[in-house]
Design a protein around this ligand. Structure first.
Ligand SMILES: [Zn+2]
Length: 277
């Protein structure tokens, strides 16, 4: 084995130090081959490293491109949304101005310039002012609407209209029917049609057990022939509250609700108050 090796001596310039090491003769005679292998390996590693670095840089570049695109889109979306919102707010503003204007022309508003009132035509108002304005107006409209006896007191079939009709108890004579009749089952729930106070909830001659609610603006609503009432006199009620149960008490031919609306003490036809459209 020793024959396959050569000894290499390294001697310092002043001849004082000598270092020796052995090298395989195979390594020396084939050093070109080894050099090629090593350089190939280094080149390979270098290429891999370059590829990795390039990939990472390009990914970062792509990410930053995407991020800036997303940011741009978000900005555009915000601008679009605010523009759209502003348009909508202006549209609501105009609608409220139209309603105000109409009510003013009809003599229902007495607030000076209320008819011409529109924030979009007033300079220097912020979007917050507008929103507060809409909020106040919408609360006012809602309250006004709730004060009127509107909608259905009972979800059932209408069996008799307001006006002259044949006597339901028979005979040839007609009679004036001052309200609407809803056919139903005894015990079915009957609801208040508007906010107000209970005027009475007792036996009311031909109406049998009846509830009368006083609303604002001189309106009253009456619910007759109830089997049972669910309120007490003077009680405040809200539209939709359960005020009693359908029955057939008083002058009645069968279970039904007799519903009346009175304006300043006079009965009026409740039909137009049942549906808005
Ligand atoms: Zn009736």
């Amino acid at each position: 084995m020793e024959n396959n090796k050569v000894t290499v001596l390294i001697i310092s310039n002043d001849d004082k130090e000598v270092k020796s090491f052995k090298l395989s003769t195979n390594l020396i005679s084939n050093y070109r081959k080894y050099l090629i292998w090593i350089s190939s390996f280094v080149t390979f590693v270098f290429i891999i490293l370059c590829a990795l670095v390039f990939d990472s840089i390009s990914q970062r570049f792509n990410n930053s491109g995407l991020t800036s695109r997303i940011n741009l889109m978000n900005e555009q979306l915000e601008v679009y949304d605010s523009l759209k919102m502003l348009q909508k707010i202006n549209s609501i503003d105009n609608n409220i101005a139209m309603i105000n204007s109409y009510l003013y022309e009809r003599g229902m508003l007495e607030m000076g310039n209320a008819g011409r009132e529109s924030l979009s035509r007033e300079k220097g108002r912020t979007i917050i002012d507008k929103i507060n304005y809409f909020e106040n107006k919408s609360v006012l409209f809602y309250k006004t609407l709730r004060d009127l006896p509107i909608g259905l007191p009972y979800y059932g079939e209408l069996s008799s209209d307001y006006g002259y009709r044949r006597n339901p108890f028979g005979g040839y004579n007609g009679e004036f029917h001052p309200g609407l009749d809803f056919k139903g089952e005894t015990g079915d729930p009957v609801y208040a049609t508007g906010d107000g106070f209970i005027d009475r909830c007792d036996w009311y001659s031909g109406y049998g057990n009846a509830v009368v609610i006083t609303h604002r603006k001189g309106f009253k609503s009456l619910y007759g022939h109830l089997s049972r009432v669910n309120v007490v006199q003077g009680q405040e009620v809200k539209a939709g509250d359960l005020i009693g149960f359908l029955g057939s008490t008083g002058r009645s031919t069968g279970p039904h609700l007799h519903y009346e609306i009175r304006k300043e003490g006079e009965d009026i036809n409740p039909q137009p108050f049942l549906k808005l459209y």
